[in-house]
Design a protein around this ligand. Structure first.
Ligand code: GDP
Length: 325
């Protein structure tokens, strides 16, 4: 299928075409890139927007269970839901395979849902681009909500926050009364904290954890893009499916407020600019791998290490090579 034909099929809501289009943007081959860029541009021209929700949490907090439960609720409300994953490690260990369909059994059988597991790609730049383009393709295909799942390991969260409209942190109840070592940077990115597993014996701990985080969020910040009451920490149970409707109502309220106040479009505009600069940066790094610069980064690095060249002089020489590439 030609690129524009494929884009048209994606826009028409053909799920197989969507899967194929995502495979195209995932291709690492340089000669596929121009085609992928054209494909995404054609898809974006449809002018559709989904609510993009980033969801992060360490392995075991219940991301798959939550997405299954939350996604089913949205589907039952008549919404179309896409699930994508950003896996920062190609090593899929620890039992946490992101976007694994077998762990979202009901949702994966729903015609109104589309689940795409993460490709095994180690390089963060590639993963970020692929995810951004896959999100754009899902939007063009008419999905109302695009959930982007990631594990809590720093860099991937920053990427997801720069792709999504809302960033949600999923936590499990803590044993003690200390915060669970969640990095300040991640707390600062979170629009909502959902404390999962607020059921059975874990409920009291979940309530305590929620209160701790609500306090921490309150102390930490009030950003211009937060209405009164946000960022928020609430309890949910993915297993009992409790708190789901309330969490969704909060997310919608936040989205509506941000749209009305102009923060929504400002955030997307800022993100577009960020990714433009990032693409240029990645492109420049790729140039360094080509002649006549090839190998020079490593060679000059050794010279700097040996004390034969200053870092600045070596960098100037490197950039000089770039000019001729
Ligand atoms: P992920 O690694 O973050 O995707 O976590 P999973 O969704 O695989 O869940 C990890 C474990 O936590 C599983 O044994 C789930 O059954 C359990 N779990 C998930 N959500 C809940 C919940 O709401 N309540 C309780 N009690 N257990 C849960």
């Amino acid at each position: 299928m030609q690129g524009d034909e494929l884009a048209a099929a994606v826009i028409a809501g053909d799920r197989r075409a969507l899967a194929r289009a995502i495979t195209r943007v995932e291709s690492a081959r340089a000669d596929h890139r121009a085609e992928a860029v054209a494909l995404v541009a054609a898809a974006r021209a449809a002018g559709r927007q989904a609510l993009r929700i980033g969801l992060s949490g360490t392995p075991g907090v219940g991301k798959s269970t939550f997405i299954e439960s939350f996604g089913m609720m949205l589907v039952e409300q008549g919404l179309r839901v896409a699930v994508l994953a950003v896996d920062p490690s190609s090593a899929r260990s620890g039992g946490s395979i992101l976007g694994d369909k077998t762990r979202m059994e009901r949702l994966s059988r729903e015609p109104a849902a589309f689940i795409r597991p993460s490709p095994s790609q180690a390089q963060m730049g590639g993963v970020a681009r692929r995810t951004r383009e896959a999100v754009a393709l899902c939007e063009a295909a008419g999905f109302d909500v695009v959930l982007v799942e990631t594990v809590g390991v720093g860099q991937s969260e920053t990427v997801v926050a720069e792709i999504c409209d809302l960033f949600i942190l999923l936590l499990a109840p803590a044993g003690g009364d200390e915060l669970q070592g969640v990095k300040r940077g991640i707390m600062e990115m979170a629009d909502m904290i959902l404390v999962n597993k607020a059921d059975g014996d874990l409920k009291p701990a979940a309530l305590r954890t929620r209160a701790d985080y609500a306090g921490a969020l309150h102390l930490l910040r009030r950003r211009p893009q937060d209405p009164e009451g946000f960022p928020k920490a609430v309890c949910v149970s993915a297993v009992e499916q409790s708190g789901m409707a309330e969490a969704w109502a909060d997310m919608q309220a936040l989205a509506v407020w941000r749209k009305r106040e102009g923060h929504w479009s400002a955030r997307r505009a800022h993100q577009a600019r960020h990714w433009f600069a990032e693409e240029v940066r990645q492109g420049l790094l790729a140039v360094l791998e080509r002649e006549p610069a090839k190998g020079s980064m490593a060679a000059l690095g050794r010279e700097v290490e040996a004390g034969h060249l200053s870092p600045e002089a070596a960098a100037a020489r490197m950039l000089g090579l770039l000019g001729r590439a």
